[in-house]
Ligand binder design. Structure first.
Ligand code: ADP
Ligand code: ZN
Ligand code: ZN
Length: 732
């Protein structure tokens, strides 16, 4: 072989479903980053193999531009996991690898931990009167804020002070008023730790079962209501994993939950904890990633994409709230972090603990057939009982602005006792419909098959599907009448009604609109915990992970929405949601109560909720899935297509359907007819979908591999935007 004759295969971030051959003068192990010219661009790719011969003639092979890593950036186990994920989700490997890498590494920067730049005032500046800068407000603000922060501030913090902060900072530096230093990014370990409480028998047996088998693959499903002590079980198992010198990867669904869990981990263990979530800046993310890879962080905690964090000595994976839909990425590389975590544990030969108060039916079935070990924590800790669940029969009760009389009385009783209430309503805005009472016209979104939601405070009509925004119309465009009214209620309207009914009460609204400002949610939650709020009204944001010990009443306003939803998972979601919110109410000395407003008080789902009977609900839900052939009794893949041209998406799917029919049919794989999406037009695009269903996984994936490959190469596929969703979480 000549000096320049190693042919390496490089995965580059493109939608093309293959690796590309390049020449390298030296051998490059898989997992090494290289810079290569690709089309007219230079891109960073990853070497994924070496071949003896290329399909291209030698003269047409281009040399790599540069090798970026002396040792492979991705070790074989992680690269293999990414390969598996690319195969399983039928997604291009280059994009899968890209999703797993911190931005800095994607850009080709060196993989080195670096400190964070911190800016402080110089002694000279401390004598400066900020008023002298009143004509340059950005500089004045920076000076004031830095004066109040003797430790200094990071770029991210300064960016919040003024949009002109970079220019302002530069000016202050020129004057010699600010200087910077590098703060070591590692968190301080100089902290006291707390011991574990004595475990109750359920916890103890869970910990004993899991730790008896460290060092081999075994999935555990830890089922226990909120407050039953699941987190304590994780902590006790992690302690033993730490003692063996191994790392734990813990996943949580929401970025807002990470600080709580990080806090608990820090109070228990005096070890570095690498935290990975979407709120980090690029350098912080890289630092955490490297600390995990190099084994410097024995505990790695993060949201969805953290499942791809490299680990030097993996010992355990924990997935908290495993049922949560946010583990599924809903665009681009559509993977389930929970499912990838299980696959990862199996490949790394380590145990994985999936915890939930309301396990997904998929995981429950795995537990029932013995694939997972089921561990139950039957009681809430500290002697708190489960709250009493009462159904308010709305066929007989006339609500006023969404609130029935018994619910209002229950709130009044809490106010009188100085206790807190939560009202839960899965709809933000003032009212979901803005309607003409003369002719029946309702305000439509021009770009979606949907109605606009009225946001009264802002005097706007908003589309919750595409974000379109328009001024509130006062005159009906259809009949020119002025008899327009809101129909139905959202959180904003309920908040207003509460203010009217309870003028003295302190009310906090928690939804996407009221918490969009950074820190707003934290501030609201702080007020609730400090007893500075009496009533909380909010969307499902309230159902996740936050404990409210002084809340003794939970009201569910529009529960029925989920009973007859278009998605086969609607009722499962509804049950999970109510069970999760109910779990926030009451404690030992203050029993809680849950009031559900419903027009269907006889529905078995509500009766199971009244008995706090997850397994009862799961029993009939699984029977239903079995009869209808939905997961977990079948495996699904959904081919979605969209186009601004009416009919184009459906046309593509019909062609895809015909293509599928020509492939060797795999036994048990059913290809359904293409149909328009439940909301056909969204954001100006017409959408359609085609469902593929199979009782077995293997034939489904054999079929999908061939089909997707041919689809990608077909001429008709570039007329629309299309994607394949394996194990779709919703059918929209
Ligand atoms: P979960 O994760 O199931 O919601 P946690 O582990 O957070 O439950 O426990 C709920 C509360 O009870 C926490 O404040 C925790 O510190 C406390 N707790 C858990 N287990 C015990 C125990 N065995 N003894 C005393 N307190 C406990
Ligand atoms: Zn009208
Ligand atoms: Zn819209």
């Amino acid at each position: 072989m000549t000096a320049s004759s190693h042919i390496v295969q490089v995965a580059v971030p493109t939608p093309l479903r293959r690796a590309f051959d390049y020449l390298s003068p030296v051998e490059l192990p898989s997992g090494t980053r290289v810079r290569v010219s690709f089309g007219r661009r230079e891109v960073v790719g990853i070497v994924v193999g070496e071949v003896a011969r290329s399909d291209l003639p030698h003269s047409r092979l281009k040399p790599i531009t540069e090798s970026l890593d002396a040792v492979p950036l991705l070790a074989p186990p992680l690269l293999d996991l990414l390969r598996w994920a690319a195969d399983y989700y039928h997604h291009p490997l280059g994009e899968v690898i890209n999703a797993a890498l911190p931005a800095r590494l994607r850009q080709g920067r060196a993989g080195v931990i670096s400190g964070v730049t911190v800016w402080t005032l110089t002694p000279k500046a401390r004598a400066v009167d900020p008023e002298t800068l009143k004509r340059v407000p950005a500089q004045k603000r920076l000076l004031q804020v830095l004066a109040a922060a003797p430790e200094g501030l990071e770029a991210e913090q300064l960016a919040q002070i003024s949009p002109r902060w970079t220019a302002g900072l530069k000016a202050l530096r020129t004057k010699g008023w600010v200087s910077s230093y590098q703060r070591d990014s590692g968190p301080s370990l100089d902290r006291d730790t707390e011991a574990s409480p004595e475990l109750n028998p359920g916890q103890q047996s869970a910990v004993v079962t899991i730790t008896a088998d460290l060092g081999r693959y075994q999935p555990y499903l830890l089922h226990g209501v909120t407050g039953s002590g699941k987190t304590e079980v994780y902590l006790n198992v992690i302690a033993q994993v730490l003692a063996q010198g191994k790392q734990t990867l813990a996943l949580v669904p929401e970025i807002s939950l990470t600080p709580q869990l990080v806090g608990r981990f820090e109070r228990r263990f005096r070890v570095p904890i690498a935290v990975l979530h979407s709120g980090l800046n690029d350098q912080e993310r890289l630092n955490a990633w490297l600390a995990a890879r190099d084994g410097k962080a024995p505990i790695v905690l993060g949201t969805r994409s953290a499942v791809f964090t490299p680990l030097k000595n993996p010992g355990l994976i924990v997935v908290d709230e495993e049922h949560d839909a946010s583990y599924k990425q809903q665009d681009g590389f559509r993977y389930s972090a929970r499912d990838v975590a299980v696959m990862r544990a199996s490949r790394e030969k380590i145990p994985i603990v999936l915890g939930s108060a309301t396990p997904s039916l998929e995981s429950l079935r795995n537990a029932r057939d013995g694939t997972y070990t089921l561990l139950e924590l039957p009681d809430r800790t500290g002697g708190a009982g489960m709250p009493e669940v009462r159904l308010l029969d709305m066929r007989r009760l006339k609500p006023s602005e969404g609130l029935s009389l018994p619910l209002r009385e229950a709130i009044a009783a809490r106010l009188a006792k100085g206790e807190q209430s939560i009202l839960f309503l899965n709809r933000r805005g003032f009212a979901p419909v803005w309607m003409c009472f003369d002719c029946g016209w309702v305000a439509p979104c021009r770009r979606c098959d949907a109605q606009l939601t009225l946001h009264q405070k802002r005097q706007k009509l908003l589309c919750h599907h595409c974000g379109a925004e328009q001024d509130m119309t006062r005159r009906c465009p259809s009949c020119q009448g002025e008899n327009l009214h809101p129909l139905g209620e959202g959180t904003e309207r309920v908040e207003g009604a509460l203010t009217k009914f309870f003028p003295k009460a302190r009310i906090e609204r928690v939804d996407r609109d009221s918490t969009s400002r950074k820190g707003a949610l934290e501030e609201k939650l702080r007020r609730v915990h400090a007893g500075e709020a009496d009533i909380l009204v909010g969307t499902q944001m309230l159902s996740k992970g936050h404990d409210f010990p002084n809340v003794t009443l939970v009201g569910i306003l529009n529960a029925d929405q989920g009973l007859y939803g278009t998605d086969f998972r609607s009722s499962e979601r509804l049950f999970q949601l109510i069970m999760q919110v109910s779990g926030r109410a009451g404690r030992a000395d203050k029993p809680g109560e849950v009031l559900i407003q419903t027009w269907h008080p006889d529905h078995p789902l509500f009766n199971a909720l009244q008995r706090h009977d997850f397994h009862g609900f799961a029993g009939f839900a699984l029977t239903e899935r079995h009869e209808t052939g939905y997961p977990p009794y079948s495996h699904l893949a959904l081919l979605r297509a969209e186009s601004p041209a009416p009919g184009a998406a459906l046309k593509f799917l019909h062609d895809a359907h015909a293509l599928a029919a020509r492939l060797v049919p795999e036994k048990g794989v059913q290809i359904m007819a293409p149909v328009p999406a439940p909301m056909e037009r969204r954001a100006g695009r017409y959408r359609a979908q085609l469902l593929v269903q199979s009782s077995k996984r293997a034939p489904l994936h054999t079929f999908l591999s061939q089909w997707v490959e041919q689809l990608a190469e077909s001429k008709f596929s570039n007329k629309v935007r299309w994607s394949l969703d394996v194990d779709p979480m919703d059918m929209f």
